[in-house]
Ligand binder design. Sequence first.
Ligand code: SAH
Ligand code: AVI
Length: 322
Amino acid sequence: MGRDHRSRGNSRIEAAALAAFRQDVIAGLSLPQKALPPKHFYDAAGSRLFERICRLAEYYPTRTELAITRAQAGAIARFAGRGGVLMEYGSGESLKTRLLLRAMQPSVYMPVDISEAALRLAVAKLRRAFPGLRIAPVAGDFSRPLDLPRFRGRDRRVVYFPGSTIGNLTPQEAQAFLRMTRGQVGPRGAMLVGVDLKKDANVLHAAYNDSRGVTASFNLNLLSRINRELGGDFDLRRFAHYAFYNAPLGRIEMHLVSLRAQRVNVGDHRFAFDRGETIHTENSYKYSVEEFQALAAESGFRGEKVWSDRRGLFSVHGLIAD
Ligand code: SAH
Ligand code: AVI
């Protein structure tokens, strides 16, 4: 599988990805509030841990979105149209996508994911389950310009962005992302976006502080990844997972807290931590239906349809390019 769909030298691409990771880590740990971009959670181990999170009792988003998609597959397919090109950003294990593939019968499916390991595995399974489907995987970072394959014909293009991965972007980044996809789908295009809804803070707290500690391992894996790939010497016993709902900003924040004053090396760089100082590793924004539709409207999309569960936990938005 070629990154950006072409068969360039894999080692050159891996070296570029490693250099980008190093740059983000050095820059992020040099900030007054240390911070790391959440896209770096997803190495092979991180993707496996995320898949375990999706199956936890406390983590309601995956099973709720799956149930909405299952119940509404016919309506979603009527909205998005049958045939056409289905692009998916942050496809991971492409689980919910299977329901859409059956209902929409696209001519091409283009999953895009930064985690090459997860993408490779998902595509191998999909090729077995959907032998007639044309699959054009792209391993790459959707926050940067991507060189995507082009398909001839006048087929409608639909972008699928499930899982509330849009919540891991700031509202400004989410708008920029929606504007980019608006350009990709063109005037007749549509988008399906999974968005986690605002709700009781206790439900949110439990979802990001699960009793088995899988979310803690997912968060701490970022430090293991820095040790493995960038020659870091983080001692994982000296950091702890910390997640809370920041109500005024409408987002879950995940941090890693330094349990003591310490110094950590990453290659030739040295970083000092005070006791209690944190690295901010992820935001997960929660929206009301109206807030998300307003965000989409400012990015060139009209919120045409919304499918939700009875408890109002999660929403799937059908957007039309305006
Ligand atoms: N869509 C799946 C997975 C969501 S997890 C679901 O709904 O369950 C988020 C996924 O987005 C991961 O697979 C991760 O590797 C991918 N991802 C996160 N940031 C990314 C980026 N900047 N570019 C490409 N993929 C990204
Ligand atoms: C992928 N993303 C939408 C997940 C979320 O809920 O924000 C990632 C995650 N972080 C902790 N648990 C799950």
